[in-house]
Write a protein that binds this ligand. Sequence first.
Ligand code: FAD
Length: 389
Amino acid sequence: MKTEVVVIGGGPSGLLLSQLLNKAGVATVVLERSSREHVLSRIRAGILEWGTVELLREAGVGARMDAEGYPHDGTYLTDAELMVHIDFKALTGKQVMVYGQTEVTHDLYDAQDAMGTTVIHGVEDVTIHDLDASEAAVEYTLNGERHRITCAYVAGCDGFHGVSRETIPEEKRREFERVYPFGWLGILSRTPPVHDELIYSNSPHGFALASMRNENLVRYYVQVPLTDKVEDWSDERFWTEFKRRIPSEAAARLVTGPSIEKSIAPLRSFVSEPLRWGRLFLVGDAAHIVPPTGAKGLNLAVSDVYYLHEALIAALKSGQSAGIDGYSKRALARIWKAMRFSWQMTTMLHRFEGEDSFAEEMRRATLRHLADSETARKDLAENYVGLPF
Ligand SMILES: Cc1cc2nc3c(=O)[nH]c(=O)nc-3n(C[C@H](O)[C@H](O)[C@H](O)COP(=O)(O)OP(=O)(O)OC[C@H]3O[C@@H](n4cnc5c(N)ncnc54)[C@H](O)[C@@H]3O)c2cc1C
């Protein structure tokens, strides 16, 4: 088989890249390890920056998002004493959209079907070759048979545990990592949200986030030690803990019900540089991970896709290589800013085991500064709604 771009990974970044490239007349083959059902069953991100919203519309997959998504004008940050409203709309003129990653991926698969692009599921043992030759190649096994595709470029959209990043020789990669000593236990439940905007709560009992998907579907989280297992957390234990970590007026409105999904995600910051190795480009979680506190994971994957699709179209359609030569530097500049914001939100909102009293006062002072300073709120809002691409 031969194509222009092989995309490894059929998650949000791989599918969106394929969608934008095919719209511009660039042929792709997407190779995905899991089944479509499995990809669509993963409950992950839920907040879209406005730049993400606009790019999804441009890609032709915005209709259901616009009909069923929930634009949010702001969010709340709170501790036991103070509740600070960050009014995105008033401070930046922008909003964010509440629309689940599962739905985004669903819309992208439907759009790929409608365009008749090639998405191959169930591939195993993907290997990448000839990245310094005039033509690259990707090999994979499907139903016990080995296949080879030659192509001009390879997009590594295969997440943190994929093969693409590892294909870059270890001595040529520079990796930066911070692992946080806690995780987020998240549940999905068919109950009405405690509030019509998100509440990030730094309570004396630990962090909690009240998030939502729609008027009868909530995504709530509590900070838990990394040693905890999902089996340790009955629904009843979760609701009790969540209730004591959110402000009392929200707790009074809390409606509980059975969880329909429950999982623990560890929190980590990670960047691998560079994002280009010959004919291979890394995109999204394949190159970087942020703790979910800043709602940036999916949105960063989307900004990488934005930069790369422009670069690949210019290279393949007009023979201009400036975009692909500059991709790594351009994308990393935005990635590091989102890393900083996600780290700052995580540090500001979580209790760290064994921390000193100084750390607690710093968190309190940060929240008070946000309450008193419009400049501070504007800075937070600007980062939350998303820095420009
Ligand atoms: C549990 C969890 C919760 C999260 N919660 C949030 C959140 O609340 N907010 C937020 O902003 N972000 C969140 N994120 C991050 C966000 O979901 C990711 O940033 C986003 O999925 C990145 O998209 P991606 O396409 O780059 O990677 P992925 O979504 O990881 O997709 C990669 C795809 O590649 C496939 N793949 C992997 N290896 C191979 C291979 N060798 N061959 C072929 N295919 C392969 C995988 O099956 C997968 O479908 C969460 C992530 C996780 C894991």
